[in-house]
Design a protein around this ligand. Structure first.
Ligand SMILES: NC(=O)c1ccc[n+]([C@@H]2O[C@H](COP(=O)([O-])OP(=O)(O)OC[C@H]3O[C@@H](n4cnc5c(N)ncnc54)[C@H](OP(=O)(O)O)[C@@H]3O)[C@@H](O)[C@H]2O)c1
Length: 446
């Protein structure tokens, strides 16, 4: 089968990769920039550089095609004007409508359109039978484009318009996309629904549309429209980032469009999505942004330190960051557990430096170690029952700690009673004294 993909960007390239190894498919792809030719050349028999509004160039790209897949979109800044939308979609489909009858082999056109043509439904469901009611000029251009494509339908030539939700996937991860919103305040309440579709499901549905000769409108969205606020909450929480705060009183102008887009027809066509729900990234990032946020929290904390748990307290593996400032007092303690071998504690210094003191049961120092990010000694594992304390030797010191859970506060630590309790002047003096041991060492002549 001869197929031409017009517009080989994010989706088009993934689609070309999908078809590359199919011996039945002979592929032509297009882009608008000469510099992309070499990137696309391994994926297709032919690469054409064109704007689809250029009729003769489009005719050349489609001349033998049995199927034309239009995945074109204005390149560059996502917030393009409605005029730029017109120049991409309206001009291209006007050119196609004018020449389609000169393409006798062409039996199907597939276009990746957008759900934005539905406009607002007050939070209600919309499907392919719901009249389109775009709310802005961009949506009107897209609807007009669908109408131009409709004119290309003829006996023996099908036109399938896939109305897509917002696309996410590799290289367009939700975590990265929403990261800049962390901790921001946004107008409104975020209750409006959004529809998403994974890039690989766009590819899968286009391939199914071609294999199955789909015709007409098909919504290409996942199974679960999500309120924007819920989606942001989930994604930001998964990235250990601050949530967005909503400010209903600050909302001005028209309310954002709210609709739940049904994919029932997609299911009726027998198509199954690989990602029926938005996949929230399962990564909890441990990065400088997190260190900086925790450092400022620990500077303000009365104890001069704070924990950031990656685990739940009931988890069997307790893993967390401990961010400390010089002056914080850690009362000497040991971890005793009922099960042998489970009272260990492992530290790694990810930023800054600590002084670790290992003590005997009487409180005498038996080992003194400087642990430093990027230094000679970067971490240790303490054996069960080993009494220890530590002092922060640099501001904003970040430790990664690992020990056996679940965390039971009353059973976690066994303090040496001869050392002062936290928050007392004696504790402050003790911490200064321990820190001085390391500072003296640093200042000592070699
Ligand atoms: N992104 C979304 O969330 C979303 C949502 C709903 C629907 N859609 C639709 O999904 C499709 C795929 O989007 P995408 O993210 O893959 O887009 P993309 O990465 O921006 O790629 C767009 C492709 O279209 C080409 N192009 C630009 N102007 C053109 C023109 N006038 N004539 C011919 N080709 C042109 C570009 O050429 P160059 O390679 O030279 O730049 C590029 O190859 C589009 O039809 C879009 O409207 C996207």
């Amino acid at each position: 089968m001869r197929i031409t993909i017009v517009g080989c960007g994010y989706v088009g390239t993934a689609l070309a990769r999908h078809w590359r190894h199919d011996p039945q498919v002979r592929l032509t792809v297009t882009c608008t920039r000469e510099e992309r030719r070499s990137q696309l050349a391994p994926l297709a028999e032919r690469v054409e550089v064109l704007r689809a509004g250029d009729g003769p160039a489009l005719r050349l790209a489609l001349q033998d095609a049995e199927v034309a897949v239009f995945c074109l979109a204005p390149t560059g800044d996502r917030l393009v004007s409605a005029d730029a939308y017109g120049a991409t979609y309206r001009d291209s489909f006007s050119a196609l409508a004018a020449l389609v009858d000169e393409l006798p082999n062409l039996r199907q056109i597939v276009y990746t359109g957008s759900c934005s043509v539905y406009g607002d439904a007050g939070g209600g469901w919309v499907d392919e039978s719901t009249p389109a009611a775009p709310r802005d000029d961009h949506g009107r251009v897209l609807l007009e484009s669908e109408e131009l494509l409709g004119r290309c339908r003829a006996p023996g030539r099908r036109v399938c318009v896939l109305r897509l939700g917002a696309i996410y996937g590799p290289g367009r991860e939700l975590g990265e996309r929403f990261r800049p919103l962390a901790g921001s305040t946004r107008p409104g309440d975020g209750r409006q629904h959004s529809s998403w579709i994974h890039r690989d499901d766009v590819v899968g549905a286009i391939a199914a549309a071609v294999n199955g000769g789909w015709d007409g409108l098909v919504n290409l969205v996942d199974d679960e429209p999500l309120p924007v606020a819920d989606l942001l909450d989930r994604v930001l929480a998964a990235g250990a980032l601050e949530p967005v705060r909503w400010h209903p009183a600050a909302a001005t102008g028209t309310k954002p469009a709210d609709r739940r887009v049904s994919n029932r027809r997609l299911h009726q066509l027998g198509h199954r999505l690989r990602h029926p729900r938005v996949q929230v990234p399962l990564l909890k990032r441990i990065d400088q942004t997190l260190f900086d946020a925790l450092a400022s929290q620990s500077r303000e904390a009365p104890r001069g330190r704070c924990n950031h748990n990656l685990h739940q307290e009931s988890d069997l593996v307790q893993r967390f960051l401990n961010v400390l400032q010089p002056g914080t007092y850690v009362r000497p303690h040991r971890h005793q557990r009922e099960q042998p071998g489970t009272g260990f504690e492992c530290f790694l210094v990810l930023q800054g430096a600590v002084g670790l003191l290992v003590l005997d049961a009487a409180g005498a120092v038996i080992s003194r170690q400087r642990l430093e990010a990027g230094g000679a000694l970067r971490g240790v594992e303490l054996a069960e029952g080993q009494v220890h304390t530590l002092v922060a030797l640099e501001p904003d010191t970040v430790l990664f700690e690992l020990k056996q859970g679940p965390y039971i506060p009353s059973a976690d630590k066994d303090f040496l009673s001869q050392f002062p309790a936290e928050g007392t002047p004696a504790a402050e003096a003790q911490e200064r004294c321990w820190r001085a041991l390391f500072e003296e060492e640093e200042n000592a002549d070699p």
